[in-house]
Design a protein around this ligand. Structure first.
Ligand code: SF4
Length: 334
């Protein structure tokens, strides 16, 4: 269930600091999110996936800085605009109402001294000040029901809810203004596997009912394969492969994607040995030359250490890869 583009990221570059000690955390990223799709973003810690999310929503704290690119948002009604050009008023309207984000460890970011009803209605009061108190309460109750929490828990304090319920409240809070895009940054990492799948399954159901798009960020590729329509893999700040989820799972082209897939148990099918990826993610302050994965890549060969492979289309099917093993695919023509 995917439609026209809702978010188009072009040549996005994000760094930390300026000058000779600047670190480039996101490099030349091009990515399009379509209406109603779940786009998975995977990679190890430090691959740039969270920096990408905070960059495109302009939520980067100093010394984070966007050094180039555009993030064009297509509202449901109205002309597209570049999020990176918005002033403070525009940003306030864009965030939460158009694009909401559920942060890592969000379930611990509820205010412990306020009832969840107050925290949900506060969002409405801030963004829709003309609504009455009764309307806000009704919307909060309805949203809690949508995320699977009985309305008799409306007046609970966060400590009276389980971790899974608190995370559901945060998802409800992200959805309460009916945004078109919801960014989930490792939304269920702190929960057990059963609860993770329950919550994500519920989110996908809601996506089908309400029609929003999801950017789902995690290091756990097995979750993405199960819940995403399309997956982009990041390494060293770059997208190194992008493909429909089923295609990537069956036939990943980039050795790093294969390594990630081999690092998690398969959800279905025969049991297999986990292989992992040797070595550690690169230090962004001193990236390896050429393909930044080459020191860890089991398939590295001559051109890899000297030349950076660029993303190319392997001949249709909506997939791209940046790897010298697929030079014709990567470069179109070599
Ligand atoms: Fe491995 Fe070379 Fe491909 Fe990089 S370009 S992933 S080092 S084979």
């Amino acid at each position: 269930m995917t439609g026209a583009p809702v978010l188009e990221i072009t040549n996005l570059n994000v760094g930390y600091g300026l000058g000779e000690h600047a670190v480039r955390a996101v490099r030349d990223v091009n990515l399009t999110v379509h209406r109603g799709e779940v786009l998975g973003l995977a990679g190890e810690s430090g691959s740039g996936k969270s920096t990408l999310a905070y960059g495109l929503t302009r939520l980067l704290a100093p010394p984070g800085v966007i050094t180039g690119g555009t993030v064009v948002y297509h509202p449901a009604d109205g002309e597209p605009y570049d999020v990176l050009e918005l002033d403070d008023v525009g940003l306030r309207k864009f965030r939460w109402a158009q694009t909401a984000i559920v942060f890592q460890g969000a379930m611990n970011s509820l205010n412990p001294v306020h009832r969840i009803s107050a925290q949900l209605t506060d969002v409405l009061a801030a963004h829709e000040p003309t609504t009455s108190a009764a309307q806000r309460t009704a919307r909060a109750r309805e949203m809690l029901k949508l995320v699977g929490i009985s309305s008799d828990r409306m007046d609970a304090y966060p400590h009276q809810l389980s971790g899974g319920m608190r995370q559901r409240v945060m998802i409800g809070m992200a959805l309460i203004l009916q945004p078109q895009v919801v960014i989930m940054d490792e939304p269920t990492t702190a929960l057990d596997v059963v609860m993770q799948r329950q919550i994500l399954g519920q989110l996908i159901d809601l996506r089908e009912r309400l029609g929003f798009s999801v950017i789902f960020i995690t290091h756990d590729l097995s979750l993405l394969v199960e819940f995403s329509d399309r997956i982009a893999i990041m390494y060293g700040g770059r997208i190194v492969e992008e493909a429909p989820a089923a295609v990537l799972y069956q036939d990943s082209l980039h050795p790093y994607s294969a390594g990630l897939l081999g690092s998690f148990p398969a959800l279905r099918g025969p049991r297999r040995e986990l292989t992992g990826i040797p070595g550690s993610p690169p230090d962004l302050r001193g990236m390896p030359s050429g393909c930044s994965f080459h020191p860890r890549c089991p398939k590295a060969f001559d051109p890899c250490a000297a030349n950076i492979p660029v993303l190319g289309n392997p001949g249709g099917g909506g997939r791209t890869v940046a790897c010298w093993l697929h030079p014709v695919l990567s470069w179109g023509e070599v």
